[in-house]
Design a protein around this ligand. Structure first.
Ligand code: NAP
Length: 351
C-alpha cells in the first residue's frame, strides 16, 4: 500500500492526542502536519499540548511546530494526502468544507454527519455509504470530500445493533454511562463528578437517536433512507476515565433465543476483517459470559480498544432481549474509528 501523509486538525485535544498515539508506526499513514487553535500555533507540539495519555509523546511529534487551522497554513506546512479533523463541533462545519474542496477530510465532529451527501461511516456496518463520496464531489464540485464517523456512544451501539437487524429490529432503548474523556480535556470539573453521576450530556441523546437510523439505513445510489427503527436514549456522565458502558434493550420481531443473539454477535465481521485492515480488530464484538462484565477498566482495551464487549445478554420481559455493551470512546469511538475509516478508503481506492 502506498504511504500517505496526513494532517491532524485539533491535534492537541483528547482525540488529537489519540490520533498521534495510534498513528505511531502505522504501516500506511505518516503524520505530516499538526494544526490547532491560535493559542497553539507557532509552538512546538510538546509546548502546545498537555499530553494526557499513558504512553510517551513520540519524540519527533513533540518537535513539530503546530500551525493554524486554515488551508493556507496547513498546505505551507507540508504535503498532505488526507486530513483528520477532531475540531470542536461548533466550529468544524465551515473549516472542514474549506479543506474538503481540496482534500479528503475524515471528521470526528458532528457538523456534517447528517448532511444528505456525507457518509456516516462505521466500516464494519455500512461500507456502502462510501458510495456517497462521488455523489458529494459531483454535487459540491470539490476535489476532496468530507466523510464523518458517528458520535462515540452511537458507534458502539450501532455495531451491536447491526447483527440484530436480521431478527427484525424494531425498537431500541439505551441508557448510557459515559466516560469523562468523552467530554474532552479538561472536560467536566472534578468537583462536579467525584462521588456523582450527571444525568445529562448536551445533544448526546439526539445524536444517538438520529445518527443510528442513518448508519443502519439503506443506500439507494443517491442518498441513505433512514432505518425504520424507534430509538430512545438516556445519557449519563459517570466517574470513569475511558470507556462508555451502555444498557441496551431491543425489541426483535422474530423473537430469537438468547443463544441465537449471542451467536449473531460472536460471528459478526465486516469489510475491515475481510480486508485485514491494520486497525481492524479480529472480532468487532466480543461476548463475555461472566455475570458482571463488561466493565470499563477490564474491557475497554479489548482488541486494542477497537472491539466492543457485550455481556449479560438475557431475555427481557417487556422488549425481547437486553444486554450491556462497552467500547473505548477515544479509540473505537474516536481516533481509532477515524483511522479505520481511512484504511477502508485507502483499500477501496477512495483516497
Ligand atoms: P478537546 O480535548 O476539548 O480538544 C479541543 C481541540 O480543539 C484542541 O486541539 C483545541 O486546540 C482545538 N480547538 C479549539 N478551538 C479551536 C479553533 N478555534 N481552531 C482550531 N482548533 C481549535 O476535545 P476532544 O475531546 O478532542 O474532541 C474533539 C472533537 O471530537 C469534538 O468535535 C468532539 O465532539 C469529537 N469527539 C470526541 C470524542 C471523545 O471521546 N473525546 C469522541 C468522538 C468524537 P488548542 O489546544 O490549540 O486550544
Amino acid at each position: 500500500m502506498k504511504r500517505r501523509s496526513v494532517a491532524i486538525l485539533a491535534a492537541t485535544g483528547a482525540v488529537g492526542q489519540r490520533f498521534i498515539q495510534l498513528l505511531e508506526g502505522h504501516p500506511w499513514f505518516d503524520i505530516a502536519v499538526l494544526a490547532a487553535s491560535e493559542r497553539s500555533a507557532g509552538k512546538k507540539y510538546r509546548d502546545a499540548c498537555l499530553w494526557r495519555l499513558e504512553t510517551e509523546m513520540p519524540k519527533e511529534i513533540g518537535e513539530m511546530t503546530v500551525v493554524n487551522t486554515d488551508l493556507k497554513s496547513v498546505k505551507e506546512a507540508g504535503d498532505v494526502d488526507l486530513v483528520f479533523s477532531a475540531l470542536p463541533g461548533d466550529i468544524a462545519g465551515p473549516i472542514e468544507e474549506t479543506f474538503a474542496a481540496e482534500f479528503p477530510v475524515i471528521s470526528k465532529a458532528a457538523a456534517h454527519r447528517m448532511d444528505e451527501d456525507v457518509p456516516l461511516l462505521i466500516p464494519e456496518v455500512n461500507p456502502e455509504q462510501l458510495e456517497l463520496i462521488p455523489v458529494q464531489k459531483r454535487r459540491r464540485s470539490w476535489s476532496g470530500f468530507i466523510s464523518t464517523d458517528p458520535n462515540c456512544s452511537t458507534i458502539q451501539l450501532a455495531i451491536t445493533l447491526k447483527p440484530l437487524m436480521r431478527f427484525g429490529l424494531r425498537r431500541v432503548i439505551v441508557v448510557t454511562m459515559q466516560a469523562l474523556s468523552g467530554a474532552g480535556y479538561p472536560g467536566v470539573p472534578s468537583l462536579d463528578i467525584i462521588d456523582n453521576i450527571i444525568p445529562y450530556i448536551a445533544k448526546e441523546e439526539e445524536k444517538i437517536e438520529t445518527e443510528t437510523k442513518k448508519i443502519l439505513g439503506t443506500f439507494d445510489g443517491e442518498r441513505v433512507r433512514p432505518a425504520n427503527i424507534a430509538i430512545s436514549a438516556s445519557c449519563n456522565r459517570v466517574d470513569v476515565k475511558d470507556g462508555h458502558l451502555e444498557a441496551v434493550c431491543v425489541d426483535l420481531e422474530d423473537k430469537p433465543s438468547v443463544e441465537e443473539v449471542k451467536e449473531a454477535f460472536r460471528s459478526f465481521i465486516g469489510e475491515p476483517q475481510r480486508l485485514k485492515l491494520p486497525m481492524a480488530p479480529e472480532r468487532p464484538i466480543i461476548v463475555r459470559e461472566e455475570i458482571d462484565r463488561p466493565q470499563p477498566r477490564l474491557d475497554r482495551d479489548a482488541g486494542r480498544g477497537m472491539s466492543i464487549t457485550v455481556g449479560r445478554v438475557r431475555s427481557d420481559p417487556v422488549m425481547s432481549i437486553k444486554y450491556l455493551c462497552l467500547g473505548h470512546n477515544t479509540i473505537r469511538g474516536a481516533a481509532g474509528a477515524g483511522i479505520l475509516s481511512a484504511e477502508l478508503m485507502a483499500a477501496k481506492g477512495y483516497i
